[in-house]
Write a protein that binds this ligand. Structure first.
Ligand SMILES: [Fe+2]
Length: 295
């Protein structure tokens, strides 16, 4: 899940209750009326969903299943080189379908016996507090549409490839899932918007775009890198900085480009000690003190 509004296509609910996704003219699916109708229908599923009820089935076309199969195959080859061992263990445990797009209901049913996480459908942008707070309860908000089939390795917005290949495989790991829950606990504990934003930026630079040292090499565990066909080849050449809470909580990022500043944990234990402990204990006061250390 990406957090900033500009990245998501806005959603409008019409007077008759129908839901319209407002794709930008630059979106690969803008001129495809069949894709747009499907996007509207899928967004409508999320708008009308009530938690605790089964997630309605999204209808995909064959070309979209082919996109999933292609991207799954290509990313798996790259994961073997670039992903952490813990993430690869999650891939093996979860056992996602490789040749068709899984329904979000199915993703939750695979995940729940492993780490207790379930998926919730999101039409588009989820407000920051809602997105993070429910992580504490083991819920993950996810978009359900897939990128346009004309450009299988590109998406201008987080789609089901990102949400499921990037996040669900990580959420299948007990240790990563525990970190997601701690981020949720932190979001629920902090009161101010500034503190919430700090918590979310630490999430961004770790569970979305985190890298870690493993066996003498730099590996990725962040969902944003692991779901991006291009970014996964580039991250080792970025500006890699040591794990630093104050820096992560205040560094500006541009979600429309590759992340050029990344933060490296020395190990998973190091990530848990620094970021896990931060989320487990932070409050508005401790975050204000961290902010005060930034010149
Ligand atoms: Fe994400």
């Amino acid at each position: 899940m990406f957090e900033e509004a500009q990245y998501f296509a806005p959603i409008a609910t019409q007077d008759d209750g129908s839901v319209v996704v407002e794709l930008a003219t630059s979106h690969p699916g803008f001129a495809d009326p069949v894709y747009r109708a499907r996007r509207n229908a899928i967004a409508g599923l999320a708008v009308n969903h009530r938690r605790g009820t089964p997630i309605p089935v999204a209808e995909y076309i064959e070309q979209e299943h082919e996109v999933w199969a292609l991207v799954t195959r290509e990313l798996a080859a790259k994961h073997a080189t670039y992903a952490t061992a813990e993430y690869l263990d999650g891939v093996a445990r979860l056992g996602l379908p490789r040749t068709r797009i899984p329904q979000l209901q199915e993703v939750g049913e695979l995940l729940e016996p492993l780490t207790g996480f379930r998926y919730l459908p999101a039409a588009g942008l989820v407000p920051l507090r809602d997105f993070y707070e429910v992580l504490a309860d083991g819920y993950f908000h996810s978009t359900q549409y897939i990128r346009h089939h004309s450009v299988p390795f590109y998406t201008p917005e987080p789609d089901v490839v990102h949400e499921v290949i990037g996040h669900a495989n990580a959420l299948a790991s007990d240790r990563y899932a525990a970190l997601y829950r701690l981020a949720g606990d932190a979001a629920r504990r902090v009161r101010g918007e500034e503190a919430l934003e700090f918590v979310s930026k630490v999430f961004w630079f770790t569970l979305e775009f985190g890298v870690m040292q493993e066996g003498g090499e730099l590996k990725a565990y962040g969902a944003g890198i692991l779901s991006s066909y291009g970014e996964i080849e580039e991250f080792r050449g970025m500006d890699i900085r040591p794990l630093d809470l104050a820096a992560m909580g205040t560094t500006h990022y541009d979600i429309t480009k590759y992340q050029d500043v990344l933060f490296r944990a020395d190990s998973l234990q190091h990530l848990e000690d620094v970021v896990g402990d931060f989320w487990a204990t932070c409050d508005d006061d401790s975050i204000a003190k961290l902010l005060a250390t930034i010149p």
